[in-house]
Write a protein that binds this ligand. Structure first.
Ligand SMILES: Nc1ncnc2c1ncn2[C@@H]1O[C@H](COP(=O)(O)OP(=O)(O)OP(=O)(O)O)[C@@H](O)[C@H]1O
Ligand SMILES: [Mg+2]
Length: 122
């Protein structure tokens, strides 16, 4: 997701509109969840494709630059495996914020299994 942020910033630099970009990572406890925010000052995600960015193989990048797997994998890990959420918000002033929330106490039936296999592996 940080590489995505860097790509989105590079896009605006190609257009010559921004001399430099910023990626801001913040973490906090939000109720019963750990919240991670990844904010960039990049090109932003047009409303028309916002609902598709988590689809496997959906990419707007050229051949050799993106396969469209990153966000699909992120969603599988965060939402399905850990019972969390990922949301997209516009970054005030331009760009995108991805908001990840991970429950501090497992609520998803998949999560205890994940913990159990992690313990077995240890
Ligand atoms: N921070 C962002 N700013 C603007 N657009 C983004 C951002 N993150 C994702 N996108 C859009 O969502 C699409 C899907 O992202 P995803 O990470 O799944 O695939 P990708 O980056 O194209 O390829 P891969 O991650 O497999 O290398 C991107 O092609 C891009 O259009
Ligand atoms: Mg990506």
């Amino acid at each position: 997701m940080i590489v995505n942020a860097a790509h989105a910033i590079a896009e605006t630099m190609d257009e010559g509109t921004e001399p430099k970009g910023t990626i801001t990572l913040t973490t906090r406890k939000a109720g019963k969840a750990a919240e991670v925010r990844i904010a960039d000052t990049g090109a932003g995600i047009p409303e028309a494709i916002r609902h598709r960015v988590f689809d496997p193989f959906f990419t707007t990048k050229g051949v050799g630059k993106g396969t469209g797997q990153g966000l699909a994998i992120a969603r599988t890990v965060i939402v399905e495996k850990h019972g969390g959420s990922i949301d997209i918000e516009p970054n005030p002033g331009g760009g995108t914020v991805f908001v990840i929330r991970l429950p501090l106490v497992a609520t998803n039936p998949a999560a205890p299994d994940a913990c159990a296999s992690a313990k077995e592996a240890a």
